[in-house]
Design a protein around this ligand. Structure first.
Ligand code: NAD
Ligand code: LMR
Length: 342
C-alpha cells in the first residue's frame, strides 16, 4: 500500500509563475552620421535593443550598405536608410530619439576645439532639421566639441521656437564608462559595482570624475586621485594617439552611446529609476550648461543630483574652479556661432 510518507510532499500553493512580458518594441530612433566610425557599431547596438521598433540611418553617403547589412539581424526593429539632405526630413519624422555622431574626428596633436570649424556647421544644419521634423524628440549630441555643439543645438532650437532644455543632451557617458573601468582596475573592484559620476564637460580638464562620490565608497591617496583623474581626462587622446591618424574612439563610444540610448528609451518607457551623467542646461553651477548626474523620465531630465557637487574634496573643488573658465569659453563660442546667423 501506498504510504503517505512516500507521496510527494504537497508544496504550499504557489502563484502561477509570472509570464515573461517582453516590453513592446515601440520606439523610433534616428542616427545621423550612421555610416561613420561610431555610427556603424552604434547602429548595431541599437539594432539589438528590444525597445526599438524602427531604426532610421542617415548619412551623406554609404548608408544603403550599412542598412542592408544591419537589416539581416533577426532582432525586432526595422532598419531604413536615408541618404543626403533631401531624405533628412523623412528620416526624422516621428522619431523619439535622435542621435548625432556626424562630423569629423581628431587626429594626433589636435584638440576637440580644433574640430569646431567643421562640426559646428554640421550640427547646426542637422539640428535645424530636427527642430522642424522631430521637435519633441530626445536629442543626443555626440559630435565634438560637445562643450560647444550642445550650446549650438540649444541656440538653433531656440531660434526655431522649440527648445526644450530637458530633452537636449551632450553624450558624456564615455567619460563615466572610462572612469568605471580605470577605477575598477586600479582598486581591484568588481566592475559591476563601480559607478563614478563625471561632471563638468567633455574635453581635457573640463572632464571631472568625482572619485569622492563613487560607488562603492573607496579611499584614494592624493597621488592615486591625481593620476586617475588625469588618465580619465586624457583617455580620448590616448585612443587618438594609438589610432595614429585614423580617428578617435569609435567602439567604446558606440558602447557608451548605446547605453545612453537604452537609458533614454527605458525612461520614455516609464521606468522610474534611470540615472545618467550628461552635459545639459543646468543651474547646478554658474555655467549655463554643465554635465552631472540627472534622473531621466518620460519628459527628459526630471531632476539633477545636486548632492554630487556638495562636500567635494579639496582636489575636486580646485579642479572644478579650474575647469569653469575653459568650459564657459567653449559654451560662449557655440552660442555666438549661432547668433551670428540670427
Ligand atoms: P567618422 O568620420 O568615422 O564618421 C562621421 C560620419 O559623419 C561619416 O560617416 C560622415 O559621412 C558623417 N557626416 C559628415 N557630415 C555629415 C552631415 N552633414 N550629415 C550626416 N552625416 C555626416 O567619425 P567618428 O569617429 O564616427 O566620430 C564622429 C564624431 O564623434 C567626431 O566629431 C568625434 O570627435 C565625436 N566623438 C565624440 C565622443 C563623445 O564622447 N561625445 C566620443 C568619440 C567621438
Ligand atoms: C573621446 O573622448 O574619445 C572623444 O571625445 C573623441 C576625442 O576626440 O577624444
Amino acid at each position: 500500500t501506498l504510504q503517505a510518507s512516500s507521496l510527494p510532499k504537497l508544496q504550499p500553493k504557489q502563484k502561477p509563475a509570472k509570464q515573461f512580458q517582453p516590453r513592446a518594441s515601440t520606439f523610433k530612433v534616428a542616427l545621423l552620421g550612421a555610416a561613420g566610425g561610431i555610427g556603424q557599431p552604434l547602429g548595431l547596438l541599437i539594432k539589438m535593443s528590444p525597445l526599438v521598433s524602427n531604426l532610421h540611418l542617415y548619412d551623406i553617403a554609404n548608408v544603403k550598405g550599412v542598412t542592408a547589412d544591419l537589416s539581416h539581424c533577426n532582432t525586432p526593429s526595422q532598419v531604413h536608410d536615408f541618404t543626403g539632405s533631401s531624405e533628412l526630413a523623412s528620416c526624422l519624422n516621428g522619431v523619439d530619439v535622435v542621435v548625432i555622431p556626424a562630423g569629423i574626428p581628431r587626429k594626433p596633436g589636435m584638440t576637440r576645439d580644433d574640430l569646431f570649424n567643421i562640426n559646428a556647421s554640421i550640427v547646426m544644419t542637422l539640428v535645424e532639421a530636427v527642430a522642424i521634423h522631430s521637435p519633441d524628440a530626445f536629442i543626443h549630441i555626440i559630435s565634438n566639441p560637445v562643450n560647444s555643439t550642445v550650446p549650438i543645438a540649444a541656440e538653433v532650437l531656440k531660434q526655431k521656437g522649440v527648445y526644450n532644455p530637458k530633452k537636449l543632451f551632450g553624450v558624456t557617458t564615455l567619460d563615466v564608462v572610462r572612469a568605471n573601468t580605470f577605477v575598477a582596475q586600479k582598486k581591484n573592484l568588481k566592475l559591476i559595482d563601480v559607478d563614478v559620476p563625471v561632471i563638468g564637460g567633455h574635453a581635457g580638464i573640463t572632464i571631472l570624475p568625482l572619485l569622492s562620490k563613487m560607488r562603492p565608497s573607496v579611499t584614494f591617496t592624493d597621488l592615486e586621485a591625481q593620476e586617475l583623474t588625469a588618465r580619465i581626462q586624457n583617455a580620448g587622446t590616448e585612443v587618438v594617439e594609438a589610432k595614429d591618424g585614423s580617428g578617435s574612439a569609435t567602439l567604446s563610444m558606440a558602447y557608451a552611446a548605446a547605453r545612453f540610448v537604452e537609458s533614454s528609451l527605458r525612461a520614455l518607457d516609464g521606468d522610474g529609476d534611470v540615472y545618467e551623467c550628461s552635459f545639459v542646461q543646468s543651474e547646478l553651477t554658474d555655467l549655463p550648461f554643465f554635465a552631472s548626474r540627472v534622473k531621466l523620465g518620460k519628459n527628459g531630465v526630471e531632476a539633477f543630483i545636486s548632492s554630487d557637487i556638495r562636500g567635494l574634496t579639496e582636489f575636486e573643488v580646485k579642479a572644478l574652479d579650474a575647469l569653469k573658465p575653459e568650459l564657459k569659453a567653449s559654451i560662449d563660442k557655440g552660442v555666438s556661432f549661432v547668433q551670428k546667423y540670427a
